[in-house]
Design a protein around this ligand. Structure first.
Ligand code: TYD
Ligand code: ZN
Length: 401
């Protein structure tokens, strides 16, 4: 395969096997026609970009039945409010500002610009979540962002002061098209700010469940810097985030236009000492994934032998990788509870574990809960203290937790 960024010839360093669409929660009548592809990650030793080889067509993942709504977590609501405020205070200097967000989902961040009367536009391909954003007063167009859409936006609204994204850039295979679009869209001193799950955190904790169809890339500062340099952008700041189990916020500006924070050199040096630019690191990661799989499957088999009920907590997209890679089905996990109505009453992709409303968990506690929404651990532990105090046990696929 060719690197999606720099066209260098690369090959996958492992396979997670046959995978369905991670957010493809389905009813039983759809089992027969379920879509599968092989999930194979690769690392480019020229531009240092971590990527997956095959990705299903975007229309199979982002559509008018897209199951992921950002607003489901109270912690994430606060996070996006803080993100929006930070962008406003740091980069926007007057009420004339115009901001654009890619993959604005249900408007969870842009509403904090709309609320301040700032001209804004969300570009969101999934019609159902875009409709929810409009209900919150957020100006939204249903489109996939790219160079042409950037031109349309400039023609209609003028150039933007800030282009933002959160947990979106890692979804877009044509990253060069996005960089080109950013170049068209942004004013000379405009900034492109995005955050995504961070490769450094994933390698460190073996949280391989960040790898699934939607996440075609897992970025590092090293790779982002290499991706954007040919398009005339440089990193001017890097801000680690706790969201999604360890994310990075990347701030880019046109080269030479803005002061570069000392964070940039510091974090790039840390990435080099962690070996994020070395192929050997990914061979070790493969071995860590295999060990993690063995540990989790043994843990669940032991629970079953002891006649203990195990349920999953949070029907996350990430759980699709864990369940299918480890081949864990309803024989080991009775059901998965989730607060998202569109997922309830359906089955998990590939392994077909029933997804039930949150109340199925609280009304009849299992012996053990497998925390698939481990990235929301703090929020969930606070909310669920009664489960642990009544003897319930929490487990995750992460060995150290
Ligand atoms: P999220 O962790 O954001 O992840 P992913 O990107 O892997 O899909 O999704 C959280 C899922 O967990 C979402 O379906 C809602 C559910 N959830 C609960 O059921 N209860 C909770 O308390 C929280 C925080 C999330
Ligand atoms: Zn490359």
């Amino acid at each position: 395969m060719k690197c999606r960024v720099c066209q260098h010839e690369i090959s996958p360093f492992m396979t997670f096997g046959r995978m369905p669409i991670a957010n493809g929660f389905l009813t039983a009548d759809k089992f027969d026609g379920e879509y599968f592809f092989e999930l194979k990650p690769a690392f480019c030793d020229r531009c240092f970009t971590f990527q997956i080889e095959d990705q299903p067509e975007p229309e199979l993942m982002f559509h008018d039945q897209y199951a992921f709504f950002s607003r489901t977590s109270a912690f994430m609501q606060r996070h996006f409010q803080a993100y929006g405020n930070w962008v406003r205070e740091t980069f926007l200097d007057d009420s004339e500002s115009f901001v654009v967000e890619l993959g604005s989902n249900d408007g969870i961040m842009l509403e904090h610009f709309a609320g301040h009367g700032i001209s804004h536009l969300g570009v969101e391909p999934s019609a159902n979540v875009a409709e929810e954003a409009r209900r919150h007063g957020v100006n939204t167009m249903v489109e996939f962002f790219g160079p042409q859409i950037a031109q349309h936006i400039v023609a209609e609204y003028g150039q933007a002061d800030a282009l933002m994204a959160a947990n979106v850039m890692c979804h877009i295979p044509d990253i060069n098209g996005i960089a080109q679009g950013a170049s068209t869209l942004l004013k000379p001193r405009g900034v492109f700010i995005f955050e995504d799950p961070y490769l450094g955190a994933m390698i460190d904790k073996t949280t391989y469940d960040q790898i699934y169809d939607e996440h075609v890339f897992i970025f590092s500062a090293l790779s982002v810097s290499n991706i954007f340099a040919p398009h005339g952008f440089e990193l001017i700041d890097l801000l680690p985030q706790e969201t999604h189990g360890g994310s990075m916020r990347y701030v880019l500006a046109r080269t030479g236009q803005r002061q570069v924070s000392a964070n940039v050199a510091r974090i790039i040096a840390e990435e080099k000492s962690a070996g994020l630019d070395q192929s050997g690191t990914y061979d070790r990661f493969r071995a860590d994934c295999e060990a993690s799989k063995t540990r989790l499957v043994n843990l669940l088999r032991a629970e079953k032998e002891a006649h203990r009920r195990v349920v999953g907590y949070g029907a996350t997209s990430k759980s699709t990788t864990i369940l299918n890679y480890c081949q864990i089905g309803p024989d080991l996990i009775e059901f998965i509870s989730d607060t998202t109505p569109i997922k309830q009453g359906k089955y998990s992709p590939g392994m077909h574990i029933p997804v039930k409303p949150y109340e199925a968990f609280t009304e009849n506690y299992p012996d053990t809960a497998l925390l698939f929404a481990w990235n929301h651990k703090t929020e969930i532990m606070e909310k669920e203290s009664r489960f642990a105090s009544s003897g319930g046990k929490w487990i995750t696929h992460i060995g150290t937790e």
